[in-house]
Each structure stands twice: as structure tokens, then as C-alpha cells.
Design a protein around this ligand. Structure first.
Ligand code: GAP
Length: 510
């Protein structure tokens, strides 16, 4: 299998211990997945890299961790109770329920971005679209709210009704003033959060792509309303090039085009420097962690597709095996959310501009909103290589993401002196890296197993080790080996993790 489909990827992830259908022994539940011993490591590495890049290493961003169930008033103010809906098509005869835009996409192979309920109804009638399961007529479309409801407290009443959060963003807005005051943040600044989000998707599908429980990594970047273009970091990314698919290109069925950030701003394709900055930075983050730039494009939302809160949105899309799809949304949310929470909570969330001597409501010039599991898929697809010569998959994950960094093997498992030495080395290495000890199967089989889960360095303990305290290290990417002293092992693996070639770290052997 050279290029895996999404189903192949699901099978691979299950077989290797990355991801399992949730509660599979009871038949599973659509849209819910559990992460296995390798999946949890990869997922944590992705989240840590994101947090390090966009929170810890920046002076202008701080983080929060909000609650999953919160006052339902939050969701009324944000517009989710009223408007967070998809269009549902019911089949009265067999009871199947379909998401309107997905059914049309599947049947007619057309783009349904931004299609309203009325338009969906017209298309279904015009093309006589029937229930795919029993071929009966479908009911008139209905709006279906995607929020999962929950009851707070022991007595179920109208006032105990709440919701599981459908996005992490709102807790950032409700905490805005507290965070700004306590962290003493000055505009422009950002507040970030990583955490669970829940959506009762009508048709969860494509493995981790559309789930009912997932995680988001979100950042709200607040700027002064009169300074929405004053981005002092723009020079850092102005030469960054990205595939771009504008509204005009989509309307006129043109192909995407490559532009630098500088060109995007000069041609006014992207309106604000801040928005362009965050788009480029997020793109750079993926590429810096080994994703392939040709698989990415920035797609501008069509006017009719914009969310109720956004004035301009760009999706970073990825070329999934099932087509170009949203990987991350980057919306300009203006002052919509702070204003709505001010109105509904009767709390002042404005800031005082000392220079202009007036109150201002900051604008969210860009909200990069990334699903952790979609990022997980991207890194898996771009790392997945079937090596014909080796006859196995080599998962070339970036060293910072690889779930296991090193493996230690005794050359043969029936010699206690080799096994004991291997255990000793493993015990030492695991203090610093995620490290496996593999005692079973031929050495070739053990290398193949390590390649398949992306282990960067395989260390073999052989008879020479017992003579001179040296071991071989084999590189996942090249299969080259060098011999190093055990005392130099940690340092050598660290260099490999930094991307140094093995031949620069010792003499190639074997
Ligand atoms: N706060 C804005 C927001 O939530 P969104 O476009 O609805 O915007 C942002 O979601 C990101 O969350 C998406 O780009 C995607 O990466 C992830 N996401 C959304 N729904 C998802 C789902 N059902 N399953 C997995 N990831 C999802």
C-alpha cells in the first residue's frame, strides 16, 4: 500500500496501537475514538509543540484551561443556541438521518460550501435525491443543533439545561478581562487554550476527520480596533510562500496559485497584516514539523459561507485522500464576541486606551482554530512511506513528534549477558527519551517493527559490546549504522533528534 486511504490509515492506526474505535468490544460508537499507547504520545507531542511555539515561547500570548460544561448563558450569548446548526434530512421510512450538504456532495459531487437550508431543499427536489439506504423520499430539511446537552445538578428542569462546549474559544472571551488584568497583558496580545470540544455531528466520518468528541488548539489574538494592521512581526514571515485559493479563483473555477505573504498583502488578497502573519505562522509550524507544503493551501471563505461572527476567514486546507478539506480555520472575529458577552452579561469587557483617553473594545484580528486530531492525521499521512526495498512501512515522523525516540535490542535474546546489557542501556535511556526494549523476533523483524512506528534510533547490543562497551545505532530514515561508545549514546541520539545525519556523528559500519 503506497498511498493509504483514510480507511487504510484507520486500520494501520489500530494495528500499531495509535487509535481504536471507542468501546469497540460493545460495537463502538460512531464519531468517538480512543488513543492507544503510541497515539497518546503522538497527540501529546503535537499539543506540546503547539503550546511551546504559540504560548511558552511568546511574550504576547498566555494560556487558560476552561471548563467543558459552563453556564448555558455563554452559548446563548455566543449565538450557538440559536445558530450552531446543520441541515438534517430524515427518511421517514427507514429512519436514516443525513446531513444535507454531505448527501448532496456525495450524490452530485458538487461543492456545497455555504449552501442554505432553502438551497439544500431545492437541490434535493431538483435532482430527486432519495434515501441512499431504502430509496424512499426524504422529509423536508430541518435545522439540527450540534451541541450536546447536559443537565447540571440532580433535578432536571429547564434551568438545569446546559451544553458541552462545541468550541474552546468562548471561555477565552468570558475570561478576557481577568486574564488581561492578572497577566498584565497589553494590546496586541493573545489568549490560547487546548482542550476538548463536542459536536453532535449528524454524520461523523472519515476516521478522525469528523468526530463527535475531539480536541481544539485555539488562539484569540486581540488588537486595538484602530490598529488592526500594525503588525510589527510581519518581516519575520513576509517571504513565506503558500498555495492560495481565493474567493475569485473558486467562483471562476481557476487553479490555486502560490504567493508570498508580501505579495498577498501588496495585492490586497489578505486584508490585514495580522491575519496574514498568523496564517503564515501556522503554515510554517506544520512544515517545520515535517508536513509537506504542497499538501497545504489557504482557501478564502465565500461570502455566503462566513460564520455569523466572522468578517473574513481563511481555511488552511490539506489534501486528504478524500480531497482538499479544512484543517484549520483562521477567522477575523472582530469585536463580535466581546460585544455579545458585554451585552448579555452586563459586564464591562472593554479596555481603557490611556493615549486616546477612551474605552475601546479589542478586535480578534485572527483566531487560528486547529483540531488536534486533524493535525494528527496530517502528520501521519505525510510521514507514512512504504519502503519497497525494506518491504515495510517507514513512519518518518519528525523527531519531536515521534512517539518513541529509541529502541534497544540485544542481538540475540538467548544470551543473558546481551539481554542484561540491553536492559541496563534501556533503563538509562528512558530517563531521557521514550525508549523501548524489544527482545523478540529476528533483528530484521525488530528493525521493521521500529520503522513502522517511527522510532528514530535503534540500538543493538552485540558481542563486541561485551568487549569494548560500544553499540551500533541504526537510523530509521537511511538504515545506516554507526558504532559509538555507550557513554556517548545519549548525546548521539540527541544529535539525531536535531536532524543531524548519522555519517556526521561517527563512521558508518556494516
Ligand atoms: N472557534 C472556531 C471554530 O471552532 P471550526 O471551523 O468550527 O471553528 C475549528 O473548528 C477546527 O476544529 C477545524 O478546523 C477542525 O480542525 C476542528 N474540528 C471542527 N469540527 C471537528 C470535528 N467534528 N471533528 C474533528 N475536528 C473538528
Amino acid at each position: 500500500m503506497e498511498k493509504p486511504t483514510i480507511d487504510d490509515m484507520a486500520v494501520f492506526c489500530k494495528r500499531k496501537g495509535f487509535v481504536y474505535p471507542s468501546a469497540e468490544i460493545y460495537g463502538g460508537v460512531a464519531g468517538f475514538y480512543d488513543f492507544g499507547h503510541l497515539g497518546v504520545e503522538l497527540k501529546n507531542n503535537i499539543k506540546n509543540e503547539w503550546w511551546n511555539s504559540f504560548v511558552r515561547q511568546r511574550d504576547d500570548v498566555v494560556g487558560i484551561d476552561g471548563s467543558i460544561i459552563t453556564s448555558p448563558k455563554v452559548w446563548k450569548a455566543s449565538g450557538h443556541v440559536e445558530g450552531f446548526t446543520d441541515v438534517l434530512l430524515d427518511c421517514k421510512k427507514c429512519g436514516m438521518r443525513y446531513r444535507g450538504d454531505h448527501l448532496i456532495e456525495d450524490r452530485l459531487k458538487i461543492d456545497t460550501a455555504g449552501m442554505s437550508m432553502d438551497e439544500i431543499s431545492k437541490v434535493v427536489k431538483k435532482h430527486n435525491i432519495k434515501c441512499p439506504k431504502c430509496s424512499s423520499h426524504l422529509e423536508e430539511p430541518k435545522k439540527f443543533n450540534l451541541m450536546f446537552s447536559a443537565n447540571i445538578g440532580p433535578i432536571v428542569t429547564d434551568s438545569s439545561l446546559s451544553y458541552l462546549r462545541p468550541e474552546t474559544a468562548q471561555l477565552i472571551f468570558t475570561n478576557f478581562r481577568l486574564v488581561q488584568e492578572n497577566a498584565r497583558m497589553k494590546l496586541p496580545f493573545g489568549i490560547a487554550q487546548i482542550g476538548k470540544a463536542f459536536r453532535n455531528e449528524i454524520s461523523p466520518r472519515d476516521f478522525l476527520f469528523r468526530m463527535r468528541e475531539f480536541e481544539q488548539m485555539e488562539l484569540e489574538y486581540f488588537v486595538h480596533p484602530d490598529k488592526t494592521d500594525d503588525c510589527s512581526y510581519i518581516d519575520e514571515i513576509k517571504d513565506c510562500e503558500m498555495n492560495v485559493y481565493t474567493e475569485e479563483m473558486q467562483k471562476n473555477s481557476k487553479k490555486m496559485q502560490k504567493f508570498s505573504v508580501k505579495e498577498l498583502l501588496e495585492k490586497k488578497i489578505i486584508k490585514s497584516k495580522w491575519h496574514a502573519y498568523w496564517l503564515a505562522l501556522m503554515h510554517k509550524w506544520f512544515v517545520g514539523l515535517g508536513a509537506k507544503p504542497d499538501n497545504f493551501r489557504l482557501r478564502q471563505h465565500m461570502k455566503e459561507e462566513l460564520s455569523h461572527y466572522a468578517s473574513e476567514t481563511w481555511d488552511m486546507e490539506y489534501n486528504f485522500p478524500f480531497g482538499w478539506k479544512e484543517l484549520q480555520g483562521l477567522a477575523n472575529r472582530t469585536d463580535f464576541d466581546l460585544k455579545r458577552h458585554m451585552e448579555h452579561s452586563k459586564t464591562d469587557l472593554s479596555l481603557f486606551d490611556e493615549e486616546a483617553k477612551k474605552k475601546i473594545i479589542p478586535h480578534v484580528i485572527c483566531e487560528p482554530s486547529q483540531g488536534v486530531e486533524r493535525a494528527f492525521l496530517v502528520f501521519m499521512f505525510d510521514a507514512y512511506n512504504f519502503d519497497k526495498e525494506r518491504g515495510n512501512v517507514v513512519l518518518k515522523l519528525h523527531p519531536k513528534l515521534a512517539p518513541v525516540k529509541a529502541a534497544v535490542f540485544p542481538l540475540v535474546s538467548n544470551k543473558p549477558e546481551l539481554v542484561n546489557k540491553a536492559k541496563e542501556i534501556h533503563n538509562e535511556l528512558k530517563k531521557e527519551f521514550t525508549c523501548q526494549l524489544d527482545l523478540s523476533g529476528s533483528i530484521g523483524r525488530r528493525y521493521a517493527r521500529a520503522d513502522e512506528i517511527g522510532i528514530i534510533a535503534c540500538i543493538t547490543v552485540d558481542f563486541e559490546t561485551l568487549q569494548d562497551n560500544s553499540v551500533t545505532i541504526r537510523s530509521r530514515d537511511t538504515t545506516e549504522q554507526i558504532r559509538v561508545r555507550i557513554s556517548e549514546l545519549k548525546e548521539t541520539i540527541k544529535r539525531m533528534m536535531e536532524g543531524k545525519e548519522l555519517k556526521g556523528l561517527g563512521k558508518i559500519v556494516g
